[in-house]
Every structure is written in C-alpha cells, then in structure tokens.
Design a protein around this ligand. Structure first.
Ligand SMILES: [Zn+2]
Length: 416
C-alpha cells in the first residue's frame, strides 16, 4: 500500500507539473501567434502597441509560472519521498524530545518556511523584473521585504491559535477530533471574513472614505436601486504597490463595504465605475460569495474526515517518505500533498467561476448600462495589459474570468 501511494503520488506530481508546463507553453505560443494584429472586435479601442504589450507581459508571466511549477514540484518531491520532512522532524525531535504539540508546531512552521523559500525569489523577480519592465511595479525593495515580514507576523498571529487547536484536538479529542476541528476551522474562517476588511487589510493599505460627492451620490443611488446596504464607500491606495486597477465588495454584516482602487477611479469615468460596481453587486445578489464559502466548508469537511482516517494508516506516512508517525506529520503531509490531488479539479472550479462572472455581468447589464461595462472592461484589459487572445485550453483550465472577447460580445448583445 505504501508503494502504491508513493507511485501514485509521484505519477500525479509528474502529470500535474507536465500539464502546467504544457498549458503554459501552449498559451505563450498562442499569444505570440496573435501578437501581430489586434482582434477585430477591439481594433477601434485597443492600439497595436497596447495589444503587443499585453502579449509580451502575458508571455513573461507565463514563463515565470512554468519555472515556478517545476521548482515547486522538485521541492515537494524532496520534502516527501526525498526524506526532507523526516530530516526536519529528526532535528526537532532532538531539540524537543517531549511536548509533542510544541514540536509539531515547530516542524510544521519549519516546513512551511522551507516551501515558501522557493516562492520568494519568483515573487521578487515578478515584481522587480517583469512588472517593473512593463511599468506596473510601484513597490520599493524595502516595501517588498517589510510586506513579507508583516505577512509572516500576521500569519503567525492568526495561524498559531488554529495550529495549536488542531494539534491539541488531534492528540486528545478522540475519534471525532476532525469534526471538532472542522467546527473550529469554520468559525475561524467566518471570523476572519468579518475582521479582515476592518482590521487586517488596513495593515497593508490605506483606506479613505470616498470624497467625490457626485460619484458618491451616483453609487449610493445604484446601491439603493439594487437594494443594498453598505457600511461605507472606500478608496484604497492600490497605486502604492501596483498600477493594476480593481474594485471589490467585501465583508459581512456590519463590516460590509465597497472598496475602489484609487487607480480604478483615476481611469474610469463615473458611468463606467457605476457599471463595474453593478457587476460586483451582481456577485452578491447571486450569493456567489456565500456559495463559495459553503463549498469551502464542504471541501474542508471531506478533507478533514479523510485526514481522520489517513492518520491511522501506516502506509500514508511510509508512502510519503516518513519513518516515524505522528499526528502533526499526518497534518503536514496532508497540507502539502493534497493540492497535487486537487489540481485535477481546477478546470471545474474555473468553469464554475466563469459562470458566476457571466451572471454578474448579466446583473450589471440589467441594473446599469452594459455599454459602460464594456468600455470599462476594455480600459481595464488595456491598462492591466491582459491578453485579449488567451490560448482557449489554457483559459478553460485556469481562468476565473471568461476571455474578453466572449464576455464583451455577450454584453454587447444587451446594448444592440
Ligand atoms: Zn466578477
């Protein structure tokens, strides 16, 4: 059984990594093949220069994803079958022979640090080489590292209680520990959703109430028309880090708020801003957020039940390169290895997400003006240098948003 697991895991790791590389290369080839000419539907709104910039930016980002996929796969193989996790465990077993919970936390944190070490150089390169070259980066190096430290501190402050709760329940709560952990985890997530916009997001960005009176009135009129109550309209200094523009609707109950990136307000006219917000309201009206949360709860329930069973199977450890079994190692293996198995679900998740985007567009077309949403989307595609010609298979596999041409032709049907 252990050998079967080793074999299946390695085979899947190779298949998923090869798929990621193959899709990436297809995407680059497709984008480059369509680089010479702006697609007919955009010929009057997007210049050839902007189109080529988008092609080159997409290709550069995809090349980075390809290298990162390979690096992550190699590291994961080294940590598991290669014996890396067992080495980390041996080290902490010598340092801390008793106190299994504390040792478990140290082993898990050490493993997480090691796996994030692979991602840091890629993030750094993306920010200071790729984004910089295409004029999107606004971060300084000191900001990059201070953000990293802040993220680590927030991660430890928020993660430590849940990690200790998990290890404590695994050790002492009996056969149904996984169910109790699921309850704790779900409550924790709901709490995070409630506190994130008011307490955590402000640690990274500045949020100021929207000043522009006429825009404010227009947006409030839209909110009333759509039957929404929000706890305020905010502008976020997205421009401090990147020149990509966005808008979102966040939070729950009393912390519900509308947030606009300052970059978005600068580039779109009030009609377009209204249309973009109507799209965001469409997500809320169709309960996309709640459905996403429900799905996450369902998946974590299945996952934890599975972990409850796996932790008692010796082959689960042996098959993934672990010689000494422990509760914390079961948890760690599960966290590291399950994404490889879940990768195959990715196209289904992406397709579900694209369906939600169409519903939100449909809502926006009915409550605002579809023509302005099209204008806004074209501007956002242009200013974010998003490609108008993604490889169809790459897009079907990954993209949370439908390709520009399909989305815009659907919206155009409302205006004619
Ligand atoms: Zn959307």
């Amino acid at each position: 059984m252990a050998n079967t697991l080793s074999f299946t895991f390695i085979a899947l790791l190779i298949i998923t990594t090869a798929t990621r590389i193959w899709l990436g290369r297809r995407h680059i080839a497709y984008v480059q093949a369509h680089r010479k000419e702006v697609p007919a539907a955009f010929s009057s709104t997007i210049s050839l220069d902007a189109h080529q910039k988008a092609a080159d930016y997409s290709s550069a980002k995809t090349r980075l994803v390809i290298s990162e996929a390979s690096a992550q796969a190699i590291l994961l193989a080294l940590l598991t079958i290669g014996g890396g996790l067992q080495l980390i465990d041996n080290f902490w077993r010598e340092m801390l022979a008793t106190q299994e919970i504390a040792r478990g936390a140290l082993v898990i944190v050490s493993a997480m640090i090691v796996s994030s070490l692979v991602d840091i150089p890629f993030d750094y390169y993306k920010t200071f080489t790729v984004d910089e070259k295409f004029g999107f980066n606004k971060m300084t190096r000191s900001m990059f590292f201070s953000d990293m430290v802040k993220h680590a501190i927030v991660g430890v402050l928020l993660g430590a209680p849940i990690l200790f709760a998990a290890l404590w329940l695994m050790q002492g709560a009996g056969e149904y520990w996984w169910f109790y952990l699921w309850v704790v985890w779900s409550v924790f997530n709901l709490l995070m959703l409630a506190v994130y916009p008011t307490f955590i997001a402000p640690m990274f960005n500045k949020f100021t109430p929207l000043q522009d009176e006429s825009l404010k009135q227009r947006i409030e009129a839209l909110l009333v028309k759509c039957g929404f109550k929000s706890q305020g309209l905010y502008v976020m200094d997205g421009s401090a880090r990147s020149s990509h523009g966005n808008a979102y609707f966040t939070g729950f109950g009393a912390s519900k708020r509308v947030v606009f990136f300052d970059t978005l307000l600068e580039r779109l006219n009030p009609h377009e801003i209204e249309a973009v917000l109507a799209h965001e309201l469409g997500h809320f009206r169709h309960h996309h957020v709640i459905k996403r949360i429900a799905l996450m709860f369902f998946v974590s329930f299945i996952g934890l039940a599975l972990l409850g069973w796996l932790m008692n199977q010796d082959w689960f450890y042996a098959g993934l390169g672990i010689t000494q079994t422990s509760d914390y190692m079961a948890l760690l293996l599960f966290l590291l290895v399950s994404p490889v198995f879940l990768f195959l679900l990715r196209p289904f998740m992406a397709s579900y997400s694209r369906k939600n985007e169409f519903e939100a567009d449909d809502y926006a077309a009915k409550h605002a003006n579809a023509k302005y949403l099209v204008e806004a989307l074209v501007k956002l595609y242009r200013d974010n240098a998003s490609t108008l010609t993604p490889d169809p298979l790459h897009s079907a596999f990954y993209d949370s948003h439908p390709p520009a041409s399909i989305r815009i032709s659907k919206l155009a049907a409302y205006t004619s």
